[in-house]
Design a protein around this ligand. Sequence first.
Ligand SMILES: Nc1ncnc2c1ncn2[C@@H]1O[C@H](COP(=O)(O)OP(=O)(O)OP(=O)(O)O)[C@@H](O)[C@H]1O
Length: 242
Amino acid sequence: MTDNNGLGDHLTFRTIDLTKHYISGETVIKALRGVTLEIPKGDMVVLLGPSGSGKSTFLNIIGGLDTPTSGEVYFRNDRLSQYTEKELTLFRRHNVGFVFQAYNLVPSLTALENVALVTDISTNPLPPMEALEAVNLGDRASHFPSQLSGGEQQRVAIARALAKRPEVLLCDEPTGALDSATGIVVLRALQDVNKKYGTTTVIITHNASIANMADRVIYFGDGQVVDVKRNDNPISPEEISW
Ligand SMILES: Nc1ncnc2c1ncn2[C@@H]1O[C@H](COP(=O)(O)OP(=O)(O)OP(=O)(O)O)[C@@H](O)[C@H]1O
């Protein structure tokens, strides 16, 4: 699977001229129109752009949930865009934690049990309690989702994603359902995880102020990358206001 275009140690992803076309009846929707990008290992990256600009499509492709129409995706030294379905399943299982706007917790399981579900199928998991402590929820381990606030449930979802010790955390609108104060606590959990475990973190948001806590901001427009900015002084989530 390794070839000469491998990324070496400093990049988690590289995409080359990535396109994604969806066929809808007679129409072809060009969700991605040639995206060439690098995502350095350990970076916290924010994707910004108008609705329909291709952010989720891009995230789903690098996360192995979808495949490109053309172009290449490299994960470390591996050409992800040539993976079989089975290889993509293993890639997701071992390397990628997903966090979505919906928390998708199992209501009949406690916070700790929700996290432990994932560690059962991982090769080198974090102890579930350590994952909960990383998002500052160690004291809520025995609570059920219905006993937790939205922000706390989202932090359980982050702990669950983190518990398999993934290289990458991919987050699609993780604060989309939360008020700003709660959103900031969730962003604090993501920043703590990024710093403590060196997890490459990619966050889609509609909230431009969140970009100030990123190492790198990638702006999408009409299926393309229109700008990439490096931020040498990312701020802490508590300094963000929206
Ligand atoms: N499964 C699909 N079938 C058909 N069209 C799709 C599909 N998924 C996405 N699209 C289209 O591809 C384009 C890009 O969608 P995408 O969800 O990637 O944008 P986005 O930037 O994430 O938008 P949002 O911010 O609203 O979530 C849109 O025009 C969308 O309607």
